[in-house]
Design a protein around this ligand. Structure first.
Ligand code: 6PG
Length: 226
């Protein structure tokens, strides 16, 4: 049974960031109240950076958070293109989340080895409480790209020849990203408008494969708008 997808149109990237941060903090409160832990998967790319900077200045029961990554580029841990580096620089290094509660994908080891090492960690974390995703202009999400085939039984894939550099990456699978109570997708900017329109026309895009156990919520600004 597919989960409902809800679109919310917001004024601009700042409003998307504020609404996303609010929903993340609320999801954390609910998860911690119900289960004593909050398991979140972070998006990479640029879109979530403002939201992460708001979280850096927010109050939360940080010691109850477990942080995973939806994908990672195969670059050194201190490489400027590293998704985990951005999240730490902007947010995670500024709040008291225990270091062993932040689980970067060891993509510097190479895509295959990193995927093999990350898979048991993902398996033991499922279901996630919240997955945060962005969307590329070609409709990719995490590092799930159009025309890329992956074994259906994997929770974590090695990616090569990615059309968005760098070519080698590691990504959680559709199955892993969809094994989440909630999914929150952040889309901003005029460059995403044609892709949003293709989505609304029902064209087949990798991001459209993502489901959730309850809801998939999409926060979109007017520039990318419906
Ligand atoms: C990555 C991201 C990727 C990103 C989209 C959108 O590693 O590149 O995980 O999936 O979310 O490409 O990127 P922007 O937010 O920078 O537009």
């Amino acid at each position: 049974m597919s989960s409902p997808t809800r679109w919310e149109l917001l004024k601009d990237p700042a409003e998307v960031a504020q609404e996303a941060a609010y929903r993340i903090l609320r999801a954390a409160e609910d998860a911690i109240a119900e289960r004593g832990v909050f398991r979140i998967v972070l998006a990479g790319g640029q879109t979530p950076e403002h939201c992460y900077s708001i979280l850096a200045k927010s109050e939360a029961e940080w010691s109850r958070w477990q942080v995973y990554f939806g994908d990672e580029r195969c670059v050194p841990p201190d490489g400027r293109d590293r998704n985990s580096l951005m999240a730490c620089r902007v947010w995670l290094d500024h709040v008291p989340i225990p270091a062993d509660h932040v689980h970067p994908i060891p993509a510097e080891k190479g895509a295959e080895l990193a995927a093999r090492e990350y898979e048991p960690l993902v398996r033991s974390a499922l279901p996630f409480d919240l997955v945060i995703l962005g969307m590329g202009e070609d409709g990719h999400t995490a590092s799930l790209f159009p025309c890329h085939e992956h074994p259906a039984d994997e929770l974590v894939h090695a990616v090569h020849h990615a059309p968005k550099p760098p070519p080698d990456r590691v990504t959680l699978s559709v199955a892993a990203l969809s094994n989440a109570r909630q999914v929150l997708i952040l889309i901003t900017g005029a460059s995403k408008r044609p892709t949003v329109q293709a989505w609304c026309r029902g064209e087949s895009l990798p991001i459209m494969s993502i489901r959730a156990l309850t809801t998939v919520d999409i926060l979109i600004d007017k520039e990318a708008g419906l």
